[in-house]
Design a binder for this molecule. Structure first.
Ligand SMILES: Cc1cc2nc3c(=O)[nH]c(=O)nc-3n(C[C@H](O)[C@H](O)[C@H](O)COP(=O)(O)O)c2cc1C
Ligand SMILES: Nc1ncnc2c1ncn2[C@@H]1O[C@H](COP(=O)(O)OP(=O)(O)O)[C@@H](O)[C@H]1O
Length: 321
């Protein structure tokens, strides 16, 4: 897959681009609803014998449209989105910088420059997709703005248990700590990327070394607590247990929660390694213990519980293989 970054006004020339079927959307998470849109674009392209493309935007439109919102937390980084979309067999990914100039485009101008102008012959988008200034363009207005240059397929609401599958719903699950419910609508476990950094060097002295993961700050994080996780280190997945918290048994000065993973059946130096943490289930809240022995007893119990959990779950998702 080729990824092309565009900033308004773009300078691509329609005559030098191959005709394509394009899926349009922000696609944060690339969940089951998004997958339906992208797969339909791919299938339509195959049927028509032309190339497939996805157009997405960065950063999230809210960053530009809502001045109070400096940063949006994402379910997928641009890198995750790219590999997930590539996995669906798409030929070209357009990433359009969502800035104030792009946000200000009239709907017709967006269609002229970013659909017709990119040699798109067929558009696929969800029923509630909107485009152009103030989101004035909708799937109802798209045929009018198309100038008969392209066709369209509208994907209806994709639901799970009578509710629309959406990035918002996924965010609510993650923020509520219900990471075990995520796979039903995401089709994989929620995952974040980060790097292993130095901690207090206490873990190894109590028999539970922990990789302190500095998570890339754009990711939405689950709430504080202890979780069953899988962690990918140097191309291999391991089971483990993770605490997101402030270590109240030892510290009362931390400003930011740490993300610490005790990796099962593992004994290597992994400082500075890039890792991926996949969230399986939340087992308890963080507690302040009366000393180190109580904490160790709890960690032994946590480990037992999580090992049993993984023994009983046969599935292997691990998308980012
Ligand atoms: C699975 C797990 C659960 C934890 N639960 C708690 C807890 O409930 N309370 C607490 O104060 N610290 C908890 N911790 C954090 C430990 O206090 C921490 O790992 C230890 O102090 C080592 O820190 P270090 O890696 O910075 O050396 C937990 C850590 C792990 C891996
Ligand atoms: N099973 C394991 N789980 C996590 N980290 C481990 C493990 N075995 C060895 N390590 C290494 O030890 C470090 C953690 O030891 P710890 O004493 O908790 O130090 P720190 O406080 O710097 O995280 C990890 O960053 C990693 O390099």
């Amino acid at each position: 897959m080729k990824t092309i970054y565009l900033t308004h006004p773009h300078t691509l020339n329609k005559d030098e681009l191959e005709p394509t079927v394009m899926a349009l959307g922000f696609f944060d998470g690339v969940h089951l609803g998004h997958q339906q849109v992208i797969k339909t674009a791919k299938e339509t392209a195959t049927k028509l014998g032309i190339k497939s493309a996805v157009m997405t935007f960065y950063p999230h439109p809210l960053v530009v449209l809502r001045k109070d919102k400096q940063q949006v937390e994402y379910l997928t980084s641009m890198r995750d989105k790219e590999s997930l979309i590539e996995e669906l067999g798409i030929d070209t990914l357009y990433v359009v910088k969502f800035d104030e100039f792009f946000a200000d485009l009239q709907p017709q101008q967006f269609v002229d420059e970013y659909i017709i102008g990119l040699h798109v012959k067929h558009v696929v988008a969800g029923f509630d997709y909107s485009y152009g200034r103030l989101g004035k363009g909708t799937m109802e207005t798209l045929p009018f703005h198309s100038r008969d240059q392209f066709d369209q397929t509208v994907i209806g609401k994709v639901e799970y248990e009578d509710e629309k599958i959406s990035s918002t719903r996924l965010r609510q699950l993650v923020q509520a700590g219900k990471v075990d419910k995520v796979p039903t609508i995401l089709s994989r476990h929620y995952a974040v990327r980060g790097v292993v950094v130095d901690g207090d060097k206490r873990g190894r002295t109590i028999g539970f070394p922990t990789a302190n993961v500095l998570v890339e700050d754009e990711y939405l994080m689950p709430p504080l607590g202890v979780y069953a996780v899988k962690i990918k280190i140097r191309d291999k997945w391991y089971d483990g247990m993770c605490n997101i918290g402030f270590k109240p048994t030892f510290r009362d000065d931390l400003k930011k929660a740490t993300v610490e993973v005790n990796v099962f059946d593992f004994n290597n130096d992994i400082y500075h390694e890039q890792v991926i943490v996949e969230w399986y289930t939340r087992i308890r809240s963080e507690k302040k213990f009366n000393g180190i022995h109580e904490l160790i007893a709890q960690l032994q119990e946590d480990k037992q519980q999580i090992q049993t959990y993984f023994q009983n779950s046969q599935e292997c998702t691990c998308f980012f293989s």
